[in-house]
Design a protein around this ligand. Structure first.
Ligand SMILES: *[C@@H]1O[C@H](CO)[C@@H](O)[C@H](O)[C@H]1NC(C)=O
Ligand SMILES: *[C@@H]1O[C@H](CO)[C@@H](O)[C@H](O)[C@H]1NC(C)=O
Ligand SMILES: *[C@@H]1O[C@H](CO)[C@@H](O)[C@H](O)[C@H]1NC(C)=O
Ligand SMILES: *[C@@H]1O[C@H](CO)[C@@H](O)[C@H](O)[C@H]1NC(C)=O
Length: 455
């Protein structure tokens, strides 16, 4: 795995530290310009960068090359959390080898990587976070603010999800005495699915006892055929190490957990707008780049108010495109995420209303107000073949005449990871021009642009 020569010099230096930055590969964060905007001053560039999540990295013993975790933690290195922290080091990565590239304000994430020596293509499925500086995640506080970015999903086929979302992670990646690596090495992940992680809150999760739960705001889960945005509130503040039923991941426990795993989604196709989003002659044409704007509106129009609405707009070819109105009986006139839309949606389409039970937009808004970390990823779905996002009907045996059953135009026979890697070895998403600021500050409508002449 690692070149022997690189080891000699630094091998023994690190052994006095705790879950330490590794000695083999320097961690160099790819720069990614982002923008902070005001109505008065426009959008100003910020020198941010990205970092790959810690779970993708080589975690090995400080004195050698042995993995600290394979299917489970190595008991010699990790008999307890303190020893584990002292014995294991987390390596830097070569971003290009993971299929991650930045230029200016654009980030390209490839789902697959190809070994330069063997030419073998394998799953990379990277997940990165936006850093404000080398040690600190950018901390987005978006109440009464808006967030926008450009996206090119033209190379994201059915079954693959190019995702951009916020999780209420700790700014420093839970850097502590047992985790000296911190945000610089992409530590501290959590989301509303409460996934098991090797380290949670900076402490080794030795027996996979815990899950890492936190509020999650899915701004963008999409491919070129389907898209959704979805708040997932949790009853917790920041990162919560759940155990047992409160994680909601065991058999029959989905609705016992502290987080709303289903969330409250707006997916235009699911809501009956089948001509709204797709490749070619659709309202939003996914064969070309477009801008996605998300506004977090509060009851009193202040940054301390209660979140009451999460509004979506698109901008393409200089034209602002309103979100589609729902075309399902009983949900007409909704075109935005509000508590009323969410509770009505569960009533009309069925399902447990965990969103309302776990605090709805007020709860989500508290996390949005405290501040969240931006995650960007591209992934396939071995469990449900991304059917919840893009297949019709979903599940495959559901009655296709029922409203809400179709999630997107993709066939129910598709989305299998083993097929996708053969059919779409170059699948990738490009996110660019990440902007945040006052409502109305991150985009402009170019009125009459179609008639403009530049010659
Ligand atoms: C890998 O691909 C390159 C370019 O297509 C080719 O020149 C090279 O021989 C291949 N190597 C192997 C091991 O197949
Ligand atoms: C993990 O499990 C082992 C036995 O399987 C037990 O001895 C140890 O105390 C557990 N560690 C933690 C941190 O729960
Ligand atoms: C595009 O779609 C609209 C509405 O579905 C249709 O009326 C129009 O003819 C289509 N245009 C082309 C060029 O296919
Ligand atoms: C908040 O702003 C909206 C849009 O500008 C406006 O319609 C509304 O009246 C304002 N609400 C309050 C409480 O100021």
């Amino acid at each position: 795995m690692a070149p022997l020569s690189a080891l000699a010099a630094s091998l023994f230096v690190a052994s006095a530290l705790a879950q330490v930055p590794g000695p083999l590969t320097p961690e160099v964060h790819p720069p990614l310009t982002s923008y902070k905007c005001t109505k008065a001053g426009g959008c100003l560039p910020v020198s941010s960068s990205i970092v790959l999540d810690a779970n993708y990295r080589w975690l090995h013993n400080v004195d050698g090359y042995t993995n600290c975790v394979t299917s489970s933690f190595n008991k010699d290195f990790c008999p307890d959390v303190e020893t584990c922290a002292k014995t294991c080091s987390l390596e830097g990565v070569d971003y290009a080898s993971y299929g991650i590239h930045t230029t200016g304000d654009a980030l390209t994430l490839n789902i697959y990587k190809t070994d330069p020596v063997t030419n073998v293509t394998s799953l990379s499925s990277p997940r990165v976070y936006l850093l404000a500086d080398d040690e600190t995640y950018d901390h987005f506080k978006l109440l009464n603010q808006e967030f926008s970015f450009d996206v090119d999903v033209s190379n994201v086929p059915c079954g693959i999800n190019g995702a951009l979302y916020f999780s209420e992670m700790n700014d420093k990646g839970d850097k502590n005495e047992l985790n000296k690596a911190g945000a610089k090495y992409g530590t501290g992940y959590c989301d509303a699915q409460c996934p098991s992680q090797n380290f949670i809150k900076g402490v080794a999760n030795l027996n996979s006892t815990y899950g890492a739960c936190c509020n999650e705001m899915d701004i963008w889960e999409a491919n070129r055929a389907a898209t959704a945005y979805t708040p997932h509130p949790c009853t917790t503040n920041q990162v919560f190490a759940c155990q047992g039923a409160e994680c909601g991941n065991g058999e029959g426990q989905r609705y016992l957990g502290v987080c709303d795993k289903d969330g409250c989604d707006i997916n235009p196709y699911r809501n009956g707008n089948k001509a709204y989003y797709g490749v070619g002659n659709y309202t939003v044409d996914t064969s070309k780049k477009f801008t996605v704007v998300t506004q977090f509106l509060t009851t009193d129009n202040t940054t301390t108010g209660t979140l009451k609405e999460i509004r979506r707009l698109y901008v393409q070819n200089g034209r602002v495109i309103q979100n589609a109105k729902v075309q399902i009986g009983g949900l007409e006139n909704h075109d935005s995420i509000t508590d009323k839309y969410c509770s009505d949606q569960k009533k009309v389409l069925g399902g447990v209303d965990a969103f309302t039970q776990l605090g709805a937009l007020k709860q989500m808004g508290e996390a949005v107000g405290r501040g969240m970390v931006l995650a960007l990823s591209i992934w396939d779905d071995a469990g449900s073949y991304m059917g919840w996002l893009d297949q019709d009907p979903y599940p495959a045996d559901a009655d296709p005449s029922k409203p809400g059953v179709g999630r997107g135009p993709c066939p129910t026979t598709g989305g299998r990871p083993a097929d996708l890697i053969k059919q779409f070895p170059d699948a990738k998403v490009v996110f660019s021009a990440i902007k945040s600021g006052e409502i109305g500050s991150t985009f402009v409508e170019k009125r009459g642009m179609r008639w403009a002449r530049s010659y």
